[in-house]
Each structure stands twice: as C-alpha cells, then as structure tokens.
Ligand binder design. Sequence first.
Ligand code: CUA
Length: 338
Amino acid sequence: MVSTGRVGCRRRPAGSLTVAGAVGVALAAGGCTGDSSVVSPKGPAASSVAGLWWPMLVAATAVFAFVTGMLLLAAARGRRRTEEQAKGAAAWGEPFIVFAGVVVSGIILVGFFVFSLGRMQALADAGHKTKLTVGVVGHDWWWEVRYPNGAVSANEIHIPAGVKVELALTTDDVIHSFWVPRLGPKTDMIPGQRNRLWLEASQPGTYRGQCAEFCGLQHANMLIRVVADTPADFDAWMAREAEPAAASDAAGQRVFETQTCAGCHTVRGAEAKGTIGPDLTHFGRRDTLGAGVRPRTPENLARWITDPQSLKPGTTMPPTTLAPADLNALVAYLDGLR
Ligand code: CUA
C-alpha cells in the first residue's frame, strides 16, 4: 500500500525495492517528508497540482510496466539468427512499433499536455480574485516578506486560513524558487520580474517550504514556513507586526545599535535601519532563525551571533565578538522583540 500521509526518507534495504517501494521512492522525490509533501495537499491550489500528479504517475507507471514487459519478452525470445526467422517474426512488428511508439505515445503526451494546460489556467486565473497580496523577495539565503499594511518580516509568512492569498514574488539577487508543496505549485523568482502565485490553506497550521532553484551554497537551508492563522488571528498578527518594536532589554538595545548589527538589520523604533539582512522588528515572535536552520532558542541565537558560519556556512552574516555580558543582553533584547 502507498501511504499518502507521511512519506519518510528512511533508507530501504535494496532487496525490498518492490513496486510499492518504487512508488514510495517517487513520492519521496516529490516531497521528501510528510509536512512538505505534494501528495498531501492542504489547500485548493496544491490539490489541483496533486490532481494532475496522480494520473500522470498512473499513466507513467503503466507505460513503464508495458515497456519493461516488452523488453523482457524480447529478451526471452532471443535473437532471430536466420533470414527466414527474421522475416517471419517481423510480419506484425513494424505496424505494432508505429502504433505503440508513435500513435499511443502521441495520444498520451498530447492528452496530458491539454490536461495540464487546464490546471495551469486555473492556477493562474484565481490570483486575480485574491483580497490580500503579500510581497516575497528572495535573497541569498533568506526570504523577505512584505505585507500591505507596511509590516516587514522574514522567513515566516502568516496568512489567513481559508482565504486566497496572492504572493508577488521578486528577487534581490539570483533566481530562487518559492515552493510550499502542501499549499501550491512552485514559482520562480526572477531578477527584474514580478511573478505571481496564489496560495490558500484550508486549515490553520504551519506548512513548510523550501527554495526549489539552486541559488548557491546555502540553497538547501533557504527554508520557509507558512503559518495559516484564523482570519481574526491573522488580522491581529498583521496589525501588531506593523507596529514598532516592543520595549525590550535596554542594555541589549544599546549593544545592537552600537555594534555591527544595526549596519545590516532594521528594528523599527530603534536606531537600526540596515537593509542588507532581515528586518528584526518582531524577531522574538518567530519560531526559527537563519531562515529555518535552527529553532529560535537563546543558545542557538548566541551561537548564530558569535559564529554564524558554524550553523550556516557561507551566510553573509559576519561573526560578532562580544563580552559575555553584552552577548547575554543582546540575546535578551532580540528575544524580547515580540
Ligand atoms: Cu534560493 Cu535556492
């Protein structure tokens, strides 16, 4: 049986690679873990993609089984060694090859092309009917998120559940690709271009995503979390996200403003207007740091500040050397940015 719920990445012993195993491998390739699996859609756009994927898998499996069967049959019958044998065997062969190889293949390919055009049209059109547009900018290697009320955040996108949300996708540097498999299709972020994508989460929850276009050393650690709140919770969240930073550790704020931090990061309400790194105004409300590389704990945050390369090699965040008291104050300050 094929489980569509959770698709693990466990290694299987080579001997047990049955048909079910092969299907499992295909599912794993489509989205390795259950909480980011294309075959476990949690919204209409993703359901539309899954509804295209399953018939394609069935057809491709049938074609693969048929071709493999013909190969085995050919191998079993062996070579035709004489002129007479070759003439006798070829009587039905040529029409069969033309029919199966050209006519049947053509019907299958054209059929799926037309079928997928319909899905693509539906996925493109719905974007015009959305009430909320969120801007997402790809950076090496994190995501900037901009809300219509002026709130700026990073790496975690909040959306209202049960509502179509349009994402306006751009990039600050190279090509990235935005992909949250359980909510919608992947869409590239291309320099100089604004691509659109709509998502909808049927239920509140957290949905994992991932950059899907190789963009450099930390491509694999360019993770995204979409948090679907109830519409009321979302409105409250977005309003609060647009406010200046909460009062936090005063000593830590001084460290933030006088050390290198403020050169790259913005904290609205503090003397920090850097635009190179993520906006940290409400950093204490996020679950992860470094675009998802670690949970946002004080220990991980201290390590991220002092030695970011040890958590995310290649990150443009420089290491900062601080006295222990200053480091503790800085961590408390960032943690308090709720
Ligand atoms: Cu951004 Cu891969």
